[in-house]
Design a protein around this ligand. Sequence first.
Ligand SMILES: Nc1ncnc2c1ncn2[C@@H]1O[C@H](COP(=O)(O)OP(=O)(O)O)[C@@H](O)[C@H]1O
Ligand SMILES: [Mg+2]
Length: 226
Amino acid sequence: MNNNVISLENITRIYSSKEVETTALSNINLTIKKGEFVSVMGPSGCGKSTLLNIMGLLDAPTGGEVKIDDRKINGLKDKALSRLRNEKVGFIFQSFHLINDLPVIDNVELPLLYRKGMWAKERRKRAKTAIEKVGLNARLKHYPNQLSGGQRQRVAIARAIIGNPGIILADEPTGNLDSKMGAEIMEILKRLNKEEGATIVMVTHDERLATQTDRIIRLFDGARVE
Ligand SMILES: Nc1ncnc2c1ncn2[C@@H]1O[C@H](COP(=O)(O)OP(=O)(O)O)[C@@H](O)[C@H]1O
Ligand SMILES: [Mg+2]
């Protein structure tokens, strides 16, 4: 075991349409080790989201190899990929991606609905534990539109961690928040990393947040730069 949680080898991602080809990523090599908190920075359009989506098995590269826990995932069928993603990865997005007509607790439970053989009672219990970890116990029955932006993002974090995924991928998680709420979200992510051993990759435009992580991966025009 070499503790590589995510490895990307010579990853290329080209988007093709009838008229144009866009190279979003070219020849990316990187490894993320267990327990690392890494940030990804670079100008708009440089490929950060594409990179995160490939790491999290939401998107497939057009070239190169992705490994999760040192296992090649190329060639896995959709169903196996979805299961792996559901078990290993929790996503957090800039715009929260909550379901507005479900209360907090139901939003948080969602990832567990895809796991076979888990009882409703167990799902509730785990959802409450996850919600406690982000400090929202008093808001279980609230709906997303009754919460502040920072609280919504905390719900999204609880949803991301409910299945104990081990890997948290956060795409500009503080991008829609003011600096105080952003700092709160950062504190939660740091705690999940330090106390629960979560491996975290976070896209951010905020140097002050990035410098609090173990290392910064910088992208420019789809390639890594120093
Ligand atoms: N679905 C898509 N179809 C075509 N081009 C895309 C698509 N998604 C992203 N791109 C292009 O790929 C490049 C990288 O996009 P993205 O990964 O979203 O960058 P970032 O997150 O750094 O802003 C951009 O040039 C963007 O326009
Ligand atoms: Mg992006």
